[in-house]
Design a protein around this ligand. Structure first.
Ligand code: NAP
Ligand code: GCO
Length: 266
């Protein structure tokens, strides 16, 4: 057998949450290229319809479902519907997420709870919904999209960092509980990636200069650039494939080297 055969996703059903665009869309598209049947969700039908059109443009026949992944009943019903209409889910990517960049003293407990709900509670909810099918099949891959903020803090992102730090430990706990059932649960920790979520941090300033945060991140990254969603697709295929069957509970940082680097002297 050729080693590359270990990286195929042929015959697998992959669910990627929040995948009408951005990182989730790129990962789901790569999974389709690797042979998987792609199922994606987003929070409303309008986004799902836009996502379906985008997948179709790439020649991908995706299955799209609207669901707020923070709603446990809706998530359970979503998985049952997918199992009936597409098949048992072999690969889950918990990608859906939000961020609120607000100093703690200006952030309400309600706002904090909302970020925790989407970025931490929802991955628990959706993983809990798909695990029974994976256990019955005797294999499964769960990939949680973590963050630099799973390791580092920064001003204004207390809720997001708390959620992504918790998501790192949820990843390790799913590994601990279900590794014996041939289920691998790992995380991907993207660095700073150019998507709509980080667009405010890259806006050109009124005087035409680059955003200060844009300059900061490029100086902090050995690769001296923002990441692209394509930078994440190879690691995502690896963690979804048989090539990673003995990798479990790990967070794979795809950050251009940020976490290893003190930063360029100003
Ligand atoms: P994005 O552009 O904001 O996309 C997130 C997607 O999730 C959107 O389609 C969003 O819908 C959807 N979503 C939000 N709440 C949802 C809910 N309750 N139920 C279902 N879907 C929901 O984000 P991204 O930049 O692609 O990031 C994707 C993931 O990577 C997130 O978990 C993010 O935290 C993480 N991440 C991003 C970066 C980065 O630099 N971009 C780096 C590290 C980690 P709406 O359009 O309605 O919000
Ligand atoms: C921020 C950014 C980051 C990225 C990502 C980094 O405001 O600091 O949005 O949080 O989204 O999580 O890994």
């Amino acid at each position: 057998m050729n080693i590359l055969d270990n990286f195929t996703l042929k015959g697998k059903v992959a669910l990627v949450t929040g995948a009408s665009y951005g990182i989730g869309f790129a990962i789901a598209s790569a999974y389709a290229q690797a042979g998987a049947t792609v199922v994606f969700n987003d929070i409303n039908q309008d986004l799902v319809d836009k996502g379906l059109a985008s997948y179709t443009e790439l020649g991908i026949t995706a299955h799209g479902y609207a669901c707020d992944v923070t709603d446990e009943q809706a998530a359970q019903a979503l998985v049952k519907q997918i199992e009936a209409e597409v098949g048992t889910i072999d690969i889950l990517v918990n990608n859906a997420g939000i961020i609120r960049r607000v100093p703690m003293l200006d952030m309400s407990a309600e706002e904090f709870r909302k970020v925790i709900d989407v970025d931490l509670n929802a991955p628990f909810i959706v993983a809990k919904a798909v695990l029974p099918g994976m256990i019955a099949k005797g294999h499964g891959k769960i990939i949680n999209i973590c963050s630099m903020m799973s390791e580092l803090g920064r001003e204004t992102v207390s809720a997001y960092a708390a959620a992504k730090g918790g998501l790192k430990m949820l990843t390790r706990n799913i590994c601990s509980e279900y590794g014996c059932m041939n289920i691998q649960c790992n995380g991907i920790g993207p660095g700073y990636i150019a998507t709509p979520q980080t667009a405010p941090l890259r806006e050109t300033q009124p005087d035409g200069s680059r955003h200060p945060f844009d300059q900061f991140i490029v100086a902090k990254t050995p690769a001296a650039r923002w990441g692209t969603v394509e930078d994440l697709t190879g690691p995502a295929v690896f963690l979804a494939s048989d090539a990673s069957n003995f990798v479990n509970g790990q967070i794979l940082y795809v950050d251009g080297g940020i976490l290893a680097y003190i930063g360029k002297q100003p």
